[in-house]
Design a protein. Structure first.
Ligand code: TRP
Length: 347
């Protein structure tokens, strides 16, 4: 490792598909872990609008709208594109990604994708699987390796904070990179998942996760009234009929949310014991949850409103430019390695 490389910040790249504004599930499962990374690393936060097309190709307006919403959500939770080391990147505006994607597609056996468990699971819920969907892990390998170091000078791996479902894609990325290296020599950095204590939040209906299509979300931008309404309709202990029935706390969505968002742990512990004894009703518990959620969300709403007055387009442009600058070096190395540079044809 060269001396200058030692002083460089470690690179982080992660992404999100712009198919709608972000909700509490995104906060617990991703954003919360991203925020502290800004203090230590060179961070590339990617809005994967091309990857969004793998499932939403027929909704271009939705994708276009969601890009801005996501930047606002990011800034609302405290990601700060004004920091020198924080870059908001828009995937479709990086032509270099297409070069990497094409090169990678030449060294990726179809069977690797066939056996990718996340792709397998996702394919079950998709009717007409497109080519673009099928090989999005290859496209994601390009997203990640775009910000490679020069591997001959710096062996650091790119850190990728993601949820568990994305681990197979990171493994695919490293397999593809190694396959490329076997034929053409070292060009790219490998990546490694950054899995902290990643939480998962059930939907308001108690199903495994919040998802827009199931209408069981609370969005970061929701007003206090919307939050109250949603909470009042939340699922609780299905076996409890009267407020005096002893209730179950485990697996009860209302208590899972209280655990995730209310900082007053002793208050929650007491509430749980009253619930178990049957001395507090669901309505009262829900009122407490509404208040906790709204006091968690209020500063987020305020920062979101402030962000809406900032030059979002400029932030995306600056971050994308930075990613392209590194990406161009990566692409040049890759083309040269594959003997696709023809600077001396006149010889
Ligand atoms: N597939 C990721 C998701 O759906 C989004 C994504 C796109 C991504 N490109 C990435 C994540 C690169 C990590 C790194 O959540």
């Amino acid at each position: 490792m060269s001396v200058s490389a030692l002083f460089q910040k470690r690179r982080v790249l992660t992404g999100i598909r712009p198919t709608g504004p972000l909700h509490l599930g995104h906060y617990v499962g991703a954003l919360k872990q991203w925020i502290p990374l800004q203090d230590h690393y060179e961070c590339f936060f990617l809005i994967a609008d091309i990857q969004a097309m793998t499932t939403h190709a027929n909704q271009p307006e939705l994708i276009q709208w969601a890009v801005r919403e996501i930047v606002l959500d990011w800034m609302a939770v405290g990601l700060n594109p004004q920091k020198k080391n924080v870059h908001f990147v828009l995937q479709s505006q990086i032509p270099e990604l297409n070069v990497l994607y094409t090169l990678f597609s030449m060294v990726t056996p179809l069977t690797w994708i066939e056996h990718n468990p996340t792709i397998k699971a996702e394919m079950k819920s998709i009717k007409d699987v497109t080519l673009g969907f099928y090989d999005y892990p290859v496209s994601q390998a390009a997203d990640i390796t775009l910000v490679s170091y020069d591997p001959l000078q710096n062996a650091s791996k790119i850190l990728v904070p993601v949820g568990e479902d994305q681990i197979p894609h990171l493994e695919s990325t490293n397999s593809v990179v190694k396959a490329f290296h076997r034929t053409y020599g070292k060009v790219f950095s490998l990546c490694e998942p950054l899995v902290g204590v990643i939480g998962r939040l059930v939907g308001t209906d108690g199903s495994a996760k919040m998802s827009k299509s199931q209408g069981n979300c609370i969005y970061l931008g929701d007003s206090a009234d919307v939050v109250r309404n949603r909470v009042m309709k939340m699922f609780t202990d299905p076996n409890r009929i009267h407020p005096s029935d002893p209730g179950t706390v485990e697996g009860n969505p209302v208590f899972m949310y209280l655990d995730a968002f209310d900082p007053d742990k002793s208050k929650i512990a007491e509430l749980k014991s009253r619930y178990r004894k049957g001395t507090v009703g669901d309505v009262e518990v829900k009122k407490i949850l509404s208040e906790s959620l709204n006091s968690f969300l209020e500063p987020i709403r305020q920062r979101r409103a402030a962000a809406a007055r900032e030059p979002i387009g400029d932030y995306l442009q600056a971050g994308t430019r930075k990613a392209r600058k590194i990406g161009k070096m990566t692409v040049d190395r890759a083309l040269a390695a594959a003997k696709l540079n023809y600077s001396d044809l006149n010889r």
